[in-house]
Ligand binder design. Structure first.
Ligand SMILES: O=C(C[C@@H]1CCCCN1)Cn1cnc2cc(Cl)c(F)cc2c1=O
Ligand SMILES: [Mg+2]
Length: 571
């Protein structure tokens, strides 16, 4: 391809609102352009990378007998009313009316769509297991789209769904999908970890996320420094064994604490360490007030609370709500004398506190020497892990300590079970002639997000660096002086030879100064650059491997073989 014919509007400067490297470089190199907050055009060079990524995904999906198909992006509200998600997903769900005033949504994901299809057409276990997938734009009206392609309101996802007649079929589909994902990410050349993920509102059991370590990642990943335990911080667990402390119960005492609101202030006043104090945080879970108690040295983990409650919505309670329902403000809350209708959840570390202090649910008052059972009824089903693990804690498997790193979620796979097949009526007759709900899994890869993840991990100070497996072109030929016929001759001869080898070649035929050509070549980051300069008269050109920034001079006759070797090493 001649660069003079290519739409690739490079920029000298980068817009100030681009905060992360991938956003800056994809804009600067003319790969993407914003259309509205959170929506982007993929210009030809980005589209070429997307095509390569999608091709790798297709090959790996086909390898595990997944069927590619494509469902509509506009969906009738009825589909999502059947699953109940039409109301539970709030403002992120794009809703609109058509010309007959009928309610529709823009699909953010498609469990309902595919399950309804199976419910309509698959009636016997003999037709299962089935795995279907698509590569399609998804729509989520994110409150704060940012970081370029990392968090957008429209993005390209590969979403797959598996349907089985029994649990074993789901386990197999999940295992196959996990191995297909490792092939995809290995072939792309990303480094990543499979980690424990939040199955959350998907109503399933376990889920795995694939996280690509990167400074721009929005997720915090906690992993053990000695074992292969790794989890999204939303799910990460530190090690704790319940104690059965022997103690003498001190009498409950109420004290004035006019100025003590925070754990630190209370710890100072009582000269008691934070881990011996109780922290009480109030939530609204599906409209009900819930009090969660942890020891003062931990934060409450809202994802763990929401999963424990299997609540559709969970948010921090407003102080006004708490004042109205409990009669006290933040900083004076505690587990003693909570109103009957407030659910109490106690973290296991807090459940082992004895003679501990907490707010008295009266402004400016705290209790000392609280003991469970005497002062507050506490049963095992109210006790769980509701805390956010901390860096340095012993990992849940009792070995190693937790280390934190930022990660980009590039994939997420779920064992869903029957939540959607029940809702949509997707049953099959099993071998005993009984109607059974299909058992489902759903599996996503953030295809457009992968563009940014690759840039975040591979780019350098000079610009983008594309792995050969997904590069927009394989080879960049840069004739230094286009007025020099000899150089132009060697350049087009090389283009012809390399193209005959099946390589994709971009030739910089622009009438630009050498410096501009070299800077642009470094910026767009094709894996191999061949500079055709003065030495062309001696039949010598310079080959640059972009990833390692190494330059090799060689004879024109050697180029084709060595370039193929250099590229295949990377593919
Ligand atoms: O998408 C998933 C689960 C899997 C991921 C793999 C591929 C199939 N879906 C989770 N999720 C995330 N954000 C959402 C946002 C909105 Cl607005 C929504 F309505 C639904 C969802 C939603 O369901
Ligand atoms: Mg996810």
């Amino acid at each position: 391809m001649k660069q003079s014919k290519l739409l690739m509007p490079t920029l000298r400067e980068v817009p100030a609102d681009a905060e992360v490297k991938s956003h800056q470089l994809l804009l600067k190199a003319g790969f993407i352009r914003p259309v509205s907050a959170g929506t982007f055009s993929y210009l030809p060079m980005a589209k070429r990378v997307l095509n390569k990524i999608e091709q790798i995904i297709r090959e790996e999906m086909d390898r595990i007998d997944a069927n590619e198909m494509l469902v509509p992006e506009i969906l009738p509200a009825e589909l999502w009313q059947k699953s109940g998600r039409y109301t539970t997903y709030g403002p992120n769900l794009y809703k609109f009316k058509n010309r007959q005033d009928r309610d529709f949504i823009l699909g953010p994901t498609h469990e309902e769509t595919f399950t309804q299809l199976m419910a309509d057409d698959i009636k016997s276990y003999k037709k299962l297991p089935l795995v279907v997938y698509q590569i399609q734009p998804k729509f989520r009206d994110e409150n704060r789209p940012r970081f370029g392609l990392l968090r957008t309101r429209e993005f390209i996802m590969k979403d797959a769904y598996s349907f089985s007649a029994d649990q074993a079929g789901l386990d197999t589909a999940f295992r196959n999908m996990e191995s297909a994902y490792t092939n995809v990410f290995d072939r792309i050349g990303l480094n990543y970890r499979a980690i424990v993920g939040d199955a959350g509102a998907m109503g399933g059991s376990d889920s795995k996320e694939f996280s690509a370590p990167a400074a721009a990642g929005e997720d915090i990943i906690a992993y053990s420094d000695t074992t292969d335990y790794a989890a999204n911080l939303e799910m990460a667990k530190d090690f704790y064994e319940r104690q059965k402390p022997t103690f003498s119960a001190e009498p409950l005492e109420k004290i004035d604490t006019p100025n003590e609101k925070t754990i630190e202030e209370l710890s100072q006043l009582l000269d008691v360490p934070a881990e011996k104090l109780a922290k009480t945080i109030m939530f609204m879970a599906d409209g009900e007030l819930v009090a969660v108690v942890t020891t003062g040295d931990f934060e409450v983990n809202d994802v763990k609370v929401q999963n424990f409650l299997q609540a559709d919505t969970l948010e921090l309670a407003e102080e006004g709500q708490v004042k109205a329902l409990i009669g006290a403000s933040f900083g004076s809350l505690g587990p003693v004398k909570l109103p009957e209708n407030v659910r109490l959840l106690v973290d296991e570390r807090a459940a082992d506190l004895v003679n501990f202090a907490a707010g008295a649910n009266e402004d400016g008052k705290h209790y000392l020497n609280i003991n469970w059972q005497r002062d507050v009824q506490l049963t095992e089903e109210n006790i769980g892990d509701f805390r956010t693990a901390r860096e340095g804690d012993v990992a849940v498997d009792g070995h190693g300590h937790l280390v934190f790193t930022k990660g980009i979620e590039i994939g997420h796979i779920f064992k869903l079970g029957t939540r959607y097949s029940k809702a949509m009526g997707a049953q099959v007759l099993d071998e005993n002639g009984r109607q059974v709900d299909m058992i489902m899994g759903s599996y996503g890869i953030g295809v457009s997000r992968l563009l940014s993840a690759i840039v975040e991990q591979k780019a350098d100070d000079d610009g983008l660096v594309w792995p050969a497996s997904v590069a927009p072109f394989d080879v960049h030929i840069v004739p230094v002086n286009t007025k020099d016929d000899e150089q132009a001759g060697v350049a087009s001869q090389l283009e012809e030879l390399l193209t005959k080898q099946g390589l994709e070649v971009l030739i910089d035929d622009r009438k630009e100064r050498a410096g501009v050509k070299f800077a642009d070549a470094d910026l767009i980051g094709l894996p191999i650059r061949i500079t055709v300069g003065k030495k062309a008269s001696e039949d010598v050109v310079e080959v640059k491997v972009r990833a390692s920034n190494t330059n090799i001079e060689m004879r024109v006759s050697e180029v084709v073989d060595s370039v193929s070797v250099l590229l295949n090493g990377d593919k």
